[in-house]
Ligand binder design. Sequence first.
Ligand code: URA
Length: 288
Amino acid sequence: MATRSFRRRHAPRRRDHDARGQDGGRDGRRGGRRGSRAGVAPKTLERYLSRAGLCSRSEARELIAAGRVSVAGRTERSAGRWIDEEIAEVCVDGKSIRPARPLHLLLNKPKDCLTTAFDPQGRRTVYGLLESVRDWVVPVGRLDRDTTGLLLLTNDTALADAVTAPSSHLPKTYVVKSTTLLADEQLASLARGVNLDDGPTEPAKVRRLRDGDHRTFFEITITEGRNRQVRRMLEAVGSGVLELRRTAIGPLRLEGLSLGKHRRLTAGELQELRSALRAGGAKSPKRR
Ligand code: URA
């Protein structure tokens, strides 16, 4: 009995053993598929990065080849290295891909700034504005290079998927400065829905704010997130976009956030966002 209890106290704990993988590599380096814990299959490094929502697999290979990815503190140049996602410490540009805590940020995106992690042409991206953020976050949906305003970024991939799912119907509000004065009938068409090459748009809320000499300022709220949607809608009614600023995503508002600045979502905002997703019919993301 005494021996059994000694063994129990001094035997290596099962979890520690499992966490190292059966082949002993701290992060599954030599473990291959056998090094995983039950239920979580190891992934190659390139797949791990793409599944984290960071980039495509081919972009991941480029990142790895460029020496921007480290595993357990050492630069890793093999895209096919096996990663046990339960324990791996993977960083891109020194930022942790698998942070301990979920992080949700709001950024007021400026013009001339891409909503992408990697631009082969080396243009300015939103990540240049997030240098103080230690964990890697991904943009939830995209804004065009010249669109300004509210951008949600997170490492919470379940929430990001729920927000961008077409079924979420999460309203997004934009303030538009058009290239021409818009007649009431043009605004009414935008509200009813216009025909785009990828199908008719769903009804939108449209509100004229004011007219300038040759421009109209108006607010439009859409519940879809198609590529360049607002710009294409304006073209469909014979006008165009001079300036486009996103002011709201569901319950999240831009107010109080200066251009180029970011802040964390408050607990209240996160709760409201989750409720809005539930109300819109989105599959509720799991809390992390
Ligand atoms: N619609 C657009 O046309 N562009 C954006 O960036 C966002 C919505």
